[in-house]
Design a protein around this ligand. Structure first.
Ligand code: GLN
Length: 484
């Protein structure tokens, strides 16, 4: 399998120097990016500098760290000191941070080679990466389809082998959904596992950084590197053990809950992927039981009310004064701020700021914001209870198969596609999207394994076991009795 261990072996056995490996990735990225648009910036100079350092280390006979010399893509809402960080917005088109996000500090300390910054939905708001100011990201399986969003560029680069792995962020599904659309693994960790410091905030009580990779083993390896306590994030907890070392591949006796009634999708390929995965887990000795997910219908409105409210507050800082875009000609301060924000933000971002401001305004605060907060508390209590009797909840990642580019769904129809992912963010639970099959159009379909709080080791091991059992091969879902 072509994964991190494979590239690591090439370096360890000196079959390839790190500079050669880096050049190969840079060449592919430069060649493919004009069509895929996975990268907003390609960081050639930075990449070759790191590669040269790794080569010197190899020449000195020193052993390499787990991610040393491995090509990586970082989503463009994660601050990289001295490297443009745009959030795919005109507002930050020329913003160069003067500090590193903690998650990038960890990757950088490994001497992982940064190939570039990943395209995304503007300020991570979206599900197709079509709201990017830098243009839409194409799916490497078929350019007529979107790569998903908001971490679409990272998912497309990893699936298209333009980077070995990537770091994305997930507020309501933005790691898992594009991972599912692109046929790779995407882990959203427990809220608090990975530091949010230096990540441009969208909805702070939901935001989590995580991993996009080509197999479960790589996902665990990278998660172990980035999940450290950080005093600069007041909600940081970190993760105490190595998930990589706890990959046993055994799921005997593992209790898996499925919510057929609450979470089955309307798309038959997606349902077939779920059924097939259940059968594989059963054949490996896992115990599957039907469960109910309380308040599942409330999750979507709760997520969108609270996420928009938090976004409207977080994005208040883009006022044309401190940094970022600002208009040159204006009449007075008010005119400058309002024109800067009107010109600097795209439509979807503006829609959410308006929605968020509305639910926070006096007269509506109690009816929307407060009610959603109270519901969130109930959802957290009830969903946490599920994990007293289940180790994992298995569900679709997205209720629909990958979407065609330019499908032009209404905003609400697009929001609806987050129904399976946003519950994990509301509660703060870890969840991984795992490739589980292909549609008749050869587009990937993922399923999701949600775990209890700080049970990343459990879901990663289950993903690993499933991958081993199926040989990591894509299953044509119509051959499982679907879609024909
Ligand atoms: N699609 C969801 C939204 O638009 C999730 C985005 C995300 O996780 N960043 O809010």
């Amino acid at each position: 399998m072509v994964n991190i261990s494979y590239y690591k072996k090439l370096l360890d056995t000196k079959a390839l120097s790190c500079t050669e490996l880096t050049k190969a990735f840079l060449d592919s990225a430069e060649k493919e990016n004009p069509s895929l648009n996975a990268y907003i910036s390609i960081t050639k100079e930075e990449a070759l500098k790191t590669a040269a350092e790794v080569d010197e280390k190899i020449a000195r006979g020193e052993s390499l760290q787990p991610l040393e010399g491995i090509p990586v893509i970082i989503k463009d809402n994660i601050c990289t000191k001295g490297i443009r960080t745009t959030c795919a917005s005109k507002m930050l088109e020329n913003y160069v941070p003067f500090y590193d996000a903690t998650v990038w500090e960890h990757i950088k300390a490994q001497n992982s080679v940064l190939i570039g910054k990943g395209n995304m939905d503007e300020f991570a708001m979206g599900s197709t990466s079509e709201t990017s100011y830098f243009g839409i990201v194409k799916n490497p399986h078929n350019p007529e389809y979107v790569a998903g969003g908001s971490s679409g560029g990272v998912a497309a680069a990893v699936a298209g082998k333009l980077a070995a792995y990537g770091i994305g962020t997930d507020t309501g599904g933005s790691i898992r959904q594009p991972a599912s659309f692109c046929g790779i693994y995407g882990l959203k960790p427990t809220y608090g596992s990975v530091s949010r410091y230096g990540i441009v905030a969208y909805a702070s009580s939901f935001d989590q950084a995580g991993v996009l990779a080509s197999c479960a083993e790589d996902t665990a390896l990278v998660f172990d590197v980035i999940s450290k306590y950080d005093e600069r994030d007041m909600r940081s907890v970190g993760f105490k053990k190595s998930t990589y070392e706890s990959l046993s591949g055994s799921v005997k006796g593992l209790k898996i809950g499925i919510a057929t009634e609450d979470l089955m999708a309307s798309d038959e390929f997606v349902n077939s992927a779920v059924e097939n995965t259940i059968n594989v887990f059963k054949s490996m000795g896992a115990e599957v039981e039907e469960i109910k997910i309380p308040f599942i219908k409330e999750c979507l409105p709760v997520y969108y009310i609270l996420a928009c409210a938090e976004a409207s507050s977080n994005l208040g800082r883009f006022d044309g004064i401190r940094y970022g875009y600002h208009v040159e000609d204006y009449e007075d301060l008010n005119d400058m701020i309002s024109r800067t924000r009107s010109e600097g933000f795209g439509d979807e971002v503006k829609r959410r700021i308006i929605l968020g401001t509305y639910v926070l305004s006096s007269g509506y605060f109690d009816a929307y914001y407060k009610k959603a907060q109270r519901l969130r508390e109930s959802i957290i209590k009830e969903i946490d209870k599920i994990f007293k009797s289940c180790d994992i909840v298995l569900a679709p990642t997205v209720p629909v198969a990958p979407l065609k580019a330019g499908a032009n769904l209404s905003p609400v129809d697009l929001y609806r596609t987050d129904i399976c992912t946003c519950a994990a963010n509301i509660v703060g639970l870890p969840s991984i999207s795992v490739p589980a099959g292909f549609t008749d159009d050869n587009m990937p379909v993922g399923i999701q394994l949600i775990g209890g709080r700080f049970k990343e080791d459990v879901i990663l091991n289950a993903a690993y076991a499933f991958e081993k059992e199926t040989g990591g091969e894509y299953i044509k879902l119509s051959e499982m009795g679907c879609g024909v």
